[in-house]
Every structure is written in C-alpha cells, then in structure tokens.
Design a protein around this ligand. Structure first.
Ligand SMILES: Nc1ncnc2c1ncn2[C@@H]1O[C@H](COP(=O)(O)OP(=O)(O)OP(=O)(O)O)[C@@H](O)[C@H]1O
Length: 667
C-alpha cells in the first residue's frame, strides 16, 4: 500500500506514531539505481555523458572484433542536432517564446547592457594580452540558459562478432547483463555501459536505441529498436526484424540519441580517440563530428599502423587463493565434475591431482576424494574455503593476459609525443588477490606539444583513462615515489612523458566509471614504480652520454674561442724576438734562429699560427671523442654502409660502393 487515507491518518494519529513515507519498505531495480546514480557509471553531466557513451560503444566494438581475432575497423559518428531538428525527429512542433520573462536566460535591457559592457572590457584586455604575447583565455560567452540543451545522434559501427538475434534485448535492455563476466582480460566487465547509454537517452530524449547486428556467415542481419523498463529492469522491444544480409557483413552498428555537450567535452573525446589509437595501433578508427555549421565539423582517420594484434586474451579459471564462499558455492552448482578431487583439479588453476589429494587429506576425516561434490554441506564448504585461503599455491601465470607490448607502446609514444629520447619496459606477470597482472611502462623526454613537467598517460586493459588522474596509482607514483633527479631528469623543467599500461583479469578500478586505479594496492603500486624506474635507468645512461657529448663540444668551443688571442700574443713575442735578434741585442739557439728566420721571411704569420692551433684543438678533440666512443661504445657519427665486391683477377681492385661514391682500392 502506497499511502494511508487521510481519514485513517487522523484516527490513528494519537495512538500509534505516524508511519512516514521513508520508512515504507521499497525495492529498486538495478536499472533504477543506476538511473538515479548515473554519475558512478561516468554519466555525470551532459558533456560527460556524451564522452562516456562514445567510450562505452568504442570499447564494446574493440572487444567484439578482437574476440574473433579480426583487425578492428571502428567508425564513430556524432551528429549534432539543433533543437528544431531534434523536435522534428520526435514530432514536436517548435514554439516561439511568448512570455520571455518566464525563461531562465531572460535578461532585462539594463542587465543586457551591463553584460555587453563587461564583455567588451574583457575583449579589450584579451586584445592587450595578445599584443603583449600573453596567454589568451577564451572569452566568456553570453549568458546561457539551463534549458538550452544540445542533442547528438551517436553511431558506432564495427566489424566484430555481432550478437545472437535473441540475446540482443537482454544485452542492451537489462542492466547487469553481459558476456564478459568470465575470468578474462576484457575492456568491458560490468554489463552496464551500453545500458547506461540507453538509460541516459531515455532520461534526456526519451528515444530508444537502435541495433543492427550480424554474426559471421549469417544470412540475415538483426535489427532492433528497443527501450528499457527502468522499474522492472527488462528490455522493452519496439521493433525487431531479420533483414537480408547479402554482403555477409558481420559486426554491429549501435545508434543512440542523447543530450550532450560537444563544446565542453570535444577535447576529451578527441584525446580519448587519439590515445585509443596509440594503444590499439592495429585498429582503424574513423571519427566524425557532423554539425549544421560546417566549420565545426571534424573528421579524423586513425590509420592502422601494424597488422600484428596482441594475442587474444584467454579465459582462465579461478586461482584457489582468490575465491570466496559465494564463488565456491557457485562453482559447485555449475561444475560438471562429479567428485571433490575432480572439482578441485579442474575448476581452479594451479591444483594438480596430487596436490588436490593432499588438500583433501588436510580437510579432515569427513572428506574423501570420491565424495560427490554437489552433496557438500555448508560447513564442509566453509572448511574448504578456509583451507584454500591458508594453503600455498603457485602464482597464476600471466599467459592468459594480452599486454600491449613494448613495441606498440614505443610506437605510440613516438607518434604521440615525438620525444628526444624514450625508454620502455615490460614487466613479468605478478599477482594481486589471485589475479595475474602485467605492468608496462614508457618514459620519454622532450617532444612536440609536451608541457614541462610530468605528462601522464594511463591505460588499463588497453583503455585510456582520462579522468580522476590525481588519485591514480600511476600519477601518485610518478609524482611522489620516483626520484627523477637521480636519473638526471628535472621533474619541473624537462618535458617528461610517462606512459603506464596495466592489464589483468581484474583491474581494481575505483568505481564503476572505470576512471582510475586506486593507489592502495601495494602489489600494483610497486610494480608501477619498478616499471617506471627501469625506464629511467635506461634513460639515465642516454642522458649522461648526451651530457658528456655536450660538455666536450663546449670544451672545444672554449678552446677555439682563445685561438685568436693566443696566436696574437705568441706572434707578438716572436716579432719582438726577431727585432732583438736582428739588432743583435739577444742571441738565440740554432733552433730558435731558424724559427725567427721563418718569421721574418713571412713563412710564419699570425694566420699560420692560428691555423696550426685550430688543427691541434681539432686533433685533441677528435682523440678525446675517440676515447669516449671506445669507452662508452657509442658512435654519434652518421654511418654509411659500404659493400665490398669480389676481387677481379685482372686489376686486383676492390670497389667499395656507397650510394654517393665508389672507392676503388688497388692492391
Ligand atoms: N558492438 C558489440 N558487438 C558485439 N557485442 C556487443 C557489442 N556491444 C555490446 N555487446 C554485448 O552486449 C553486452 C553488454 O554490453 P555492455 O556495454 O552493457 O557491458 P559490458 O561491455 O559487458 O561491460 P561494461 O559495462 O564494463 O562495459 C556485452 O557483454 C556484449 O556481449
């Protein structure tokens, strides 16, 4: 019963306390919960909703193509719709404002004058700043009303696996349903993303989602237009049909119309796409933003840069030390194995037959290898759980994971930042709560459009993470736990790029928005620190060599600087000596006499002295460079490959051929 009748309320008032509305027991469906708390899934405001919708659709597309080892081709189109276009889409007639004062953005004439004057002043300051080369910030726009919503049709098309016809309604219309709950490295996990896009579309435009999909070798495509019943968390299908699939296309095309804000989230969306292209260089992306104002249109094609895909991540079994009571019960309910021995051996990783027998022996007299696993009592299951938590097991292997790979990471960094130097490192698999994980890192110094200080790029299961940077384990480690100075890197002045990619069967994201990995997991924090440090060690030796080369150049420059003065002084002394010698005021040894004769004959001049000294500096410098190169094993000089041809019998000459010359050596 929802509420009591007023009459009854009055009657009971004095006797029993009134039952308030809040104290009535109610239930909420998961869809209702997420609709009311959409921020925890990354749907905070219209701008962020547009960003997260794009993200969820793109990540589903990549998961889908990779699951069938298809090089991904993903097209994402955001079509901006003015209010009129949107209204005509839903069959609503545009209305002129009659009562202007009713509106949130209404301004009196006086207020308008005031605002315009303020804007003019701001523009003047901007112009002055620009003239003085100072940074110009975007001028604030005129007052904008709350109600001025922008609508966008977001379409994402891929060449992935597609979906079985009958599963589509639940995949898109039932919150917390998906195919990625297994123990496997995937971008998606919660069974929520696509549904949140639909819930937001329902909340902001009232429009359903449209899905076109076909699986490999399927003669038809499935078309669905569907909605979600938020209160019951069930799909509500408006239309579904099977259409002819002449081209045998496979993949999915999802279309949703939502409220958004391109202006505020444009740069985030483009950054996301760019970073996704960096970490997924084997995918081809076409991104389009289409507006009524053609100058706002954006088309970016992120070309495929390699045909080599990382291996497909494999589904793995649970590690015995990571399971809880609920999970053990579920595994027992779902297992096809008959007895306890088979169950332990086959439903977990790292339990061999002999180890399973030892474990069963340890469980106590109530247990035997042959006992029927489905007949275990609750107490017995608790005993199993206790033992699994205490016993020793080998760590899970990282073979089921699919890291980006050092090659891809390096490729991405070079493409993104064009750095002066870069180092990468790929760690071995480690474990957190029974889940294997791998950390890869890259650190770069210098580059184009890179700001001074730390520029951090984070990836988790090959998803770029753009929000909540401050609390993330990578940011904290890079800022607080790396002593950049000790690697000859200046944390404040150098342009440092830090790229870290973590892959795992379970990424411990904080929140369902998949925005960041917390800093409280020691295993991950220390692996991240180690990976960054390994890159820094490599960079340090490069930096030291560069510094030595620079010092050497400096020394040469300094020595050369004094050549004119030094030769001038020496030549003046020689001139003086020549005079003294000629006037017989001084006598010199034979060697010196010869020298003085050359000076008076004009064979030794200021110029010849200077030439000789310059040659000497050159020689000393060359010898030092050689010594340095032999010591450090580097040759900074450009090399030219030359090829030796076979000896010719007649003239016994060898031709050394380079692209620009041939050197013939006679014997
Ligand atoms: N483009 C697609 N191609 C094939 N299957 C898809 C596609 N998009 C969604 N799906 C299917 O729909 C399911 C639900 O997708 P949804 O985005 O709601 O959740 P998820 O990707 O499983 O997890 P998460 O909420 O973490 O993203 C997926 O598990 C997948 O099976």
């Amino acid at each position: 019963m929802d509420s009591e009748s007023p009459g009854e309320e009055n009657k009971t008032k004095s006797k029993t306390p009134r039952k308030t509305k809040e104290s009535l027991l109610k239930q909420k469906s998961p869809a209702e919960f997420f609709a009311e708390n959409k921020n925890i899934a990354g749907f905070d405001n219209p701008g962020k909703c547009l960003y997260t919708t794009v993200r969820e659709l793109v990540e589903n597309s990549l998961d889908s193509a990779e699951s069938i080892s298809e090089l991904p081709v993903v097209e994402i189109i955001i079509e901006e719709m003015g209010k009129s276009k949107f209204n005509s889409l839903i069959g609503l007639v545009d209305r002129e404002r009659i009562d202007a004062e009713l509106y949130d953005d209404y301004e009196t004439d006086k207020a308008r004058q005031k605002r315009l004057a303020k804007e003019a002043r701001a523009q003047e300051i901007q112009a002055k700043n620009a003239a003085h080369g100072k940074k110009v910030t975007a001028a604030s726009k005129g007052a904008k009303g709350r109600g001025e919503a922008s609508f966008y049709r977001v379409t994402c098309k891929d060449n992935g696996k597609g979906m079985p016809h009958d599963d589509i309604p639940n995949m898109f219309g039932r919150v917390l349903s998906g195919t990625k709950y297994g123990l496997k490295q995937t971008r998606g996990k919660f069974g929520l993303g696509a549904k949140m896009a639909l819930i937001w579309s329902k909340m902001s435009t009232g429009l359903p989602i449209e899905i076109l999909s076909s699986m490999r070798n399927q003669s038809y495509t499935s078309f669905y237009r569907l909605d979600i019943d938020i209160h019951q968390n069930i799909p509500h299908v408006h239309l579904h049909e099977k259409r002819e699939n002449k081209d045998r296309w496979h993949g999915a095309e999802i279309q949703v119309v939502i409220e958004g804000n391109w202006t505020t989230y444009r740069s985030k969306i483009l950054h996301y796409m760019r970073q996704m292209a960096v970490i997924t260089p084997y995918a081809q992306f076409l991104f389009k933003f289409v507006s009524d104002a053609p100058d706002k249109n954006v088309t970016i094609r992120f070309a495929r840069r390699t045909d080599v895909m990382p291996p497909v991540p494999l589904e793995t079994k649970h590690h015995p030390s990571s399971v809880d009571l609920l999970l053990i019960k579920r595994l027992i309910a779902e297992t096809s194995k008959q007895n306890l021995l088979q169950f332990l051996q086959h439903e977990f990783v790292n339990i061999s037959k002999s180890y399973a027998e030892r474990l069963i022996g340890e469980m106590g007299p109530d247990f035997s290898p042959k006992m029927v696993v489905k007949s275990l009592t609750s107490q017995q299951i608790v005993r199993i759980h206790q033992l699994l938590r205490q016993a020793k097991f080998d760590d899970p292997s990282g073979d089921c994971l699919s890291p980006a790979g050092e090659y891809n990471l390096r490729l991405g960094i070079i493409k993104e930042l064009h750095p002066d130097m870069v180092a990468t490192y790929s760690g071995s698999a480690q474990v957190f709560e029974g889940h294997p994980f791998i950390v890869e890192a890259g650190v770069s110094v210098g580059g184009k459009d890179v700001k001074q200080g730390l520029n951090i790029f984070r990836f988790a299961n090959r998803i770029p993470l753009l929000f909540e940077q401050g609390a993330d384990v990578v940011t904290r480690t890079a800022m607080k736990r790396i002593n950049w100075n000790s690697y000859k890197i200046n944390q404040m002045q150098d342009k440092i790029g830090v790229f870290v990619s973590v892959v795992s069967t379970k990424i411990p994201f904080k929140g369902t928005g998949k925005e960041y990995i917390g800093d409280d997991i020691t295993e991950i924090a220390s692996a991240v620190k180690y990976a960054i440090q390994q890159c820094c060690v490599q960079l340090k030796s490069k930096i030291v060599k560069k510094m030595q080369a620079r010092e050497q150049q400096e020394r040469k420059r300094n020595l050369s600087k004094y050549i004119p003065d030094a030769t001038g002084a020496v030549y003046n002394v020689l001139k003086e000596m020549t005079h003294l010698h000629a006037s017989k005021k001084s006598r010199y040894s034979d060697d010196n006499e010869e020298l003085l004769r050359k000076v008076s004959a004009g064979l030794i001049t200021k110029e010849t002295l200077s030439e000789k000294l310059a040659k000497h500096v050159e020689q000393v410098d060359f010898e030092m460079a050689l010594e340095y190169a032999t010591q450090s094993g580097v040759s900074e000089e450009p090399r030219e490959t030359i090829y030796i041809q076979s000896l010719e019998a007649e003239n016994k000459a060898i031709d050394l051929c380079a692209p620009f010359f041939v050197l013939r050596v006679f014997q």
